[in-house]
Write a protein that binds this ligand. Structure first.
Ligand code: PMP
Length: 286
């Protein structure tokens, strides 16, 4: 089905939504993006996504050529034009067309792109049974190279790790940081549960601070479940009672095996199930 795409200041059919081959977003991955989700016509935590987009852009010295409020309005318009009250929204800001050199100063017209579509990352049964994952040899990028806190168009590092996961027959893969600590999965944040306490790596473990991660931490607090940021090693995951991952597209997904070790009893645990249900109710109501 053909989608209506927002490009710069208007909605156009997807066939007309074109960017230059000289765009540095394409040539160098020079740009930033967001992935958000609408439930019953409302984008979940839109402000948090916009704030993260602006932070990412600021970190790469890219000025977004539209205000936050106008962009939020454009997102709503794009969802409505595609008749997608429940949908996934991809926001992309590129550096714009430039020359064949790297020089960002020689680019102009950053492109503002909004795509609304549906997304389904994993088959339904994986939510009930839980995922098997492996640790990738590809590490999360060192904060001194490209900060993992920037949601940039340069995801090749994560794609390399995802390929490793797929080669091992898995749909996700765990990435460690340069110190060998648990960072996150290729597109999802990681949580472990040990003796009733929910643990997740802190931002300085080299992660993207997921909006879903934040929502799940809030829900744990509301449910009276102790939830803390903590440095984790693979040993902590191998010996955890439960594990799950979170992301906008994935929501909350149990993990039942990592690197050939069963986690807990090898089935989704009670705290994971509770938080997945709470998240589901929180975003969908009821
Ligand atoms: N980590 C990475 C590397 C991601 O790309 C994402 C987004 N898919 C996440 C974590 C989860 O973030 P959020 O909950 O904001 O979608």
């Amino acid at each position: 089905m053909s989608r209506i795409v927002y490009l710069n200041d208007r909605l156009v059919p997807e066939e007309q939504a074109r960017v230059s081959v000289f765009d540095h977003g394409l040539l160098y991955g020079d740009g930033v993006f967001e992935g958000m989700r609408a439930y019953s016509g409302r984008v979940f935590r839109m402000q948090a996504h916009l704030d993260r987009l602006w932070d990412s852009a600021r970190a790469i010295a890219l000025e977004i050529p539209i205000g936050k409020e106008a962009l939020a309005h454009a997102v709503d318009e794009t969802l409505a034009a595609n008749q997608l009250p429940d949908g996934y929204v991809r926001l992309v800001i590129t550096r714009g067309a430039g020359t064949l050199g790297l020089d960002p100063a020689r680019t102009k017209n950053p492109q503002v792109i909004i795509i609304a579509d549906t997304i389904s990352l994993y088959p339904r049964e994986l939510y009930d049974r839980g995922l098997r994952i492996v640790t990738a040899a590809t590490q999360r990028s060192h904060p001194a190279t490209l900060s993992p806190r920037i949601k940039s168009l340069n995801y090749l590092n994560n794609i390399m790790a995802k390929l490793e996961g797929q080669q091992a027959g898995c749909v996700e893969a765990l990435m460690l940081n340069h110190k060998g600590e648990v960072a996150e999965c290729t597109a999802d944040n990681v949580f472990a549960v040990r003796r009733g306490i929910v643990l997740t790596p802190p931002p300085d473990a080299g992660i993207l601070e997921g909006i879903t991660r934040g929502a799940v931490m809030d829900l744990a607090k509301t449910a009276g479940i102790d939830c803390r940021e903590a440095t984790l090693t693979r040993h902590d995951l191998y010996t955890a009672d439960e594990m799950f991952i979170t992301g906008t597209a994935a929501e909350v997904v149990p993990v039942v095996e990592i690197d050939g070790r069963k986690i807990g009893d090898g089935i989704p645990g009670p705290i994971t199930k509770r938080l997945a249900a709470d998240f589901h109710a929180h975003v969908r109501g009821g």
